[in-house]
Design a protein around this ligand. Structure first.
Ligand SMILES: [Fe+2]
Length: 475
């Protein structure tokens, strides 16, 4: 049976197709429409998806009734009319946090695990704990709106002038530049423990009584990150205590906070975060909930297919000669991170490369870049004894003098470990660079045109080439 999973009318529409246990396709609406965080699935995405088969059933993420009720209480209604004809296909809807839980647990290798879901808000839930055993997923704890990890973080994102629900990752990056103790006490009053928040953060922070300056924005970001980490630590210990499980599945938008995620390895023996843990990934969660069993997870390369072999030799040559190479090949990544198939790869040894890539991407100069490292060398270059194939953990860099361009101001890096099995082409590129230079690391950042989502298809590649006057390898 082929099941179409859909997430729309929330900030990151996506669709996927599964056939029995196989994931045939999974993609984001924004990469087709070029509308950042597009709320609606579009025809181009659905047509691309349908080339893998016509669905027998549709699984919707969220229960429209509850969401409509909540949105109507907020004064706005979602549009539930899909933009393609699904009139003859049976449909089912799945609860928001349950879909998150299914997206995580059914893509994991675990048969017995605690599943923690933390986000801004589902229908009403904001924090839930589940136990997955065999094919059963059972809820053990729930916390409802308005107490919310996600809303707390988003409200402060808005306070310092960034876009809530979208630019939390920028605030996380800014945190490295600030003093976390400057506002620690003050910010912690807003979220003193996992059950208590000062007020409903939905409308933002409205009683902050200090000026917001260019300097103290960074201190506020650092303090918020610190309070978030303290509460997350508390919540994860609570999840461990009530379930006794040593395998953790962590899902929801909060699982994108790579700086905080590293602590999870101190509490649990094994951790799985699906590479698309937010709402977009729950299109897959809804389909998995419908299927009700584990899926065959072979990696995050599930979107639009540009075809072709990974152009290893050309990329290595370009990096060795010019220090930077733009790559687009094979299937697009499902999730917010470019993991080698839609990437800019660069020589991490050059201290000026960070500014050069930032200029190409026209983004803030303080923004850090991430490294991709051969999995077998990861622990010699970074302080880690676990894998991070999807750039989900930030750890201390052990040799910042050699690879300065992928080290944040606080000495950390958001690491991608690459294995021969999950992306043999990218592994080969890094390995050849290692053979030539003795450094098993490259800078890896997303290939996108300023203000646009990750590059998707041939048209985008053409637009990139016209704009930047440089070609993309692989197309
Ligand atoms: Fe969510």
């Amino acid at each position: 049976m082929i099941v179409l999973g859909i997430n729309e009318t929330s900030h990151d529409a996506a669709a996927c197709l599964i056939k029995d246990g196989d994931i045939l396709f999974a993609g984001h609406a924004e990469r087709y429409s070029k509308v950042k965080n597009d709320w609606y699935v579009n025809d181009d995405l659905i047509n691309d998806l349908m080339s893998y088969g016509k669905p027998d059933a549709i699984a919707y993420y969220e229960k429209p009734f509850f969401k409509k009720l909540r949105l109507s209480l907020r004064g706005g209604l979602g549009d539930w009319k899909p933009k393609f004809d699904i009139s003859d296909i049976p449909r089912r809807n799945f609860n928001h946090h349950y879909s998150h839980a299914c997206a995580g647990y059914f893509t994991s290798k675990f048969n017995d695990a605690v599943i923690v879901v933390l986000d801004a808000i589902g229908e009403w839930n904001t924090s839930t704990i589940w136990v997955g055993k065999g094919t059963e997923i059972t809820q053990k704890y729930k916390k409802n709106y308005p107490v919310s990890f996600g809303l707390f973080y988003s409200a402060f994102t808005k306070l310092i002038g960034l876009m809530p629900n979208q630019e939390e990752y920028i605030m996380m990056g800014m945190a490295g530049y600030g003093d976390p103790n400057k506002y620690l006490y003050k910010v912690s009053q807003y979220f003193p423990d996992i059950n208590t928040q000062k007020y409903n953060f939905h409308k933002g922070i409205f009683d902050w009584d200090e000026p917001i300056t260019e300097k103290n924005k960074f201190d506020i970001a650092a303090s918020v990150q610190k309070v978030y980490e303290l509460r997350l630590n508390e919540f994860m210990h609570f999840a461990y205590k009530i379930t006794g499980k040593e395998n953790l599945v962590f899902m929801g938008g909060c699982a994108l906070n790579s700086s905080a995620n590293t602590m999870l390895w101190n509490i649990f023996k094994n951790v799985w975060i699906m590479p698309n843990p937010g709402d977009a990934g729950s299109s897959l969660g809804a389909a998995a909930a419908f299927y009700g069993k584990h899926l065959n997870w072979n990696g995050p390369y599930l979107g639009h297919d540009l075809g072709g072999e990974y152009p290893v030799e050309k990329i290595v040559e370009k990096i060795l000669n010019d220090k930077i190479a733009a790559v687009a090949t094979g299937k697009a990544e499902f999730g917010p991170r470019a993991l080698g198939n839609r990437s800019i790869l660069a020589d991490p040894r050059d201290p000026d490369i960070k500014d050069k890539v930032n200029l190409i991407k026209q983004r803030e100069l303080f923004r850090p870049f991430a490294p991709v490292v051969l999995e077998e060398h990861a622990s010699s270059w970074f302080d880690m004894d676990f894998k991070s194939p999807y750039m989900q953990y930030t750890v201390k860099c052990l040799r910042p003098d050699i690879i300065p361009s992928v080290v944040h101001v606080d000495g950390t890096s958001r690491v991608q470990t690459v294995s021969k099995s999950e992306n043999p082409g990218l592994w080969e590129v890094v390995n050849k660079f290692y053979e030539k230079t003795g450094v098993p690391v490259l800078l890896n950042t997303s290939l996108n045109i300023k203000g646009q989502p990750l590059l998707n298809d041939l048209n985008d590649a053409q637009e990139w080439s016209n704009l930047y006057g440089t070609g993309i390898i692989g197309i």
